[in-house]
Design a protein around this ligand. Structure first.
Ligand SMILES: N[C@@H](CCC(=O)N[C@@H](CS)C(=O)NCC(=O)O)C(=O)O
Length: 205
């Protein structure tokens, strides 16, 4: 099984971390960013969006990182990471969808301007608007984590994975952050997990 995508992408990180949690061997191939290759016809035949990540597992070629994570859990999870019941999976799905539909866009505005932009290209207004929007959305997450230890329910699960990757970026950037104690405590628990340390906690670039 192979995952195509550079290791510093949040969407690649979530798949690699999920595979590590499940004990799956997953070879990663550098693509995208400085490695390029996403506009090659061969790659576009696999993912016509020209984006990473893309999973190859036998005949299956799959893009969209959350779909890949769900596939790994369904195919190889044997009920782990909260995949033992439809209700538990739905609890996780809710946060996975929320990450993409609600948090991803404002987070990207902060991350790209803070980490990837140069002084010449940085859009301070967009960065600040993104930061304010993220801070507002993260109150919802903090509130949920005040009532349950994990986003997946009583134990760590697949619903914690995408937002854990965003949390690493949020806490790792030199930005103003509101006090969100439950979010901070959950993040601290994530940093104890070997798969998170290996695949997510790498320099922000
Ligand atoms: N919704 C897609 C988003 C994919 C995406 O935007 N990938 C970015 C990296 S995080 C990408 O391919 N950027 C171009 C590049 O790396 O060259 C997913 O979750 O897989």
């Amino acid at each position: 099984m192979r995952l195509l995508g550079r290791n510093n992408s949040i969407n690649v990180k979530k798949v690699m971390w999920c595979a590590a949690e499940l004990g799956i061997e997953l070879e990663r191939v550098d693509m995208g960013g400085p490695f390029g290759g996403l506009d090659n016809p061969d790659y576009l035949a696999k993912n016509p969006n020209g984006l990473i990540p893309c999973l190859e597992d036998g005949d299956l070629v799959l893009w969209e990182s959350n779909a890949i994570v769900r596939y790994l859990v369904a195919e190889y999870g044997q009920g782990k990471l909260g995949s033992d019941s439809a209700a538990n999976m739905a609890r996780s799905d809710r946060w996975m969808d929320w990450a993409l539909t609600t948090l991803a866009n404002p987070f990207r505005a902060v991350f790209l301007n803070k980490i990837r932009a140069t002084d010449a290209t940085r859009d301070e207004a967009a960065m600040e608007a993104g930061r304010v929007a993220c801070a507002k959305h993260l109150v919802v997450l903090d509130d949920a984590l005040g009532r349950q230890a994990w986003l997946s329910g009583e134990s760590f699960g697949v619903g914690d994975i995408p937002l854990g990757c965003y949390a690493y970026g949020w806490f790792g950037m030199d930005i103003e952050r509101p006090e969100l104690p439950h979010l901070a405590a959950w993040y601290e628990r994530l940093t104890q997990r070997p798969g998170f340390r290996e695949h997510v906690m790498i320099p922000l670039t």
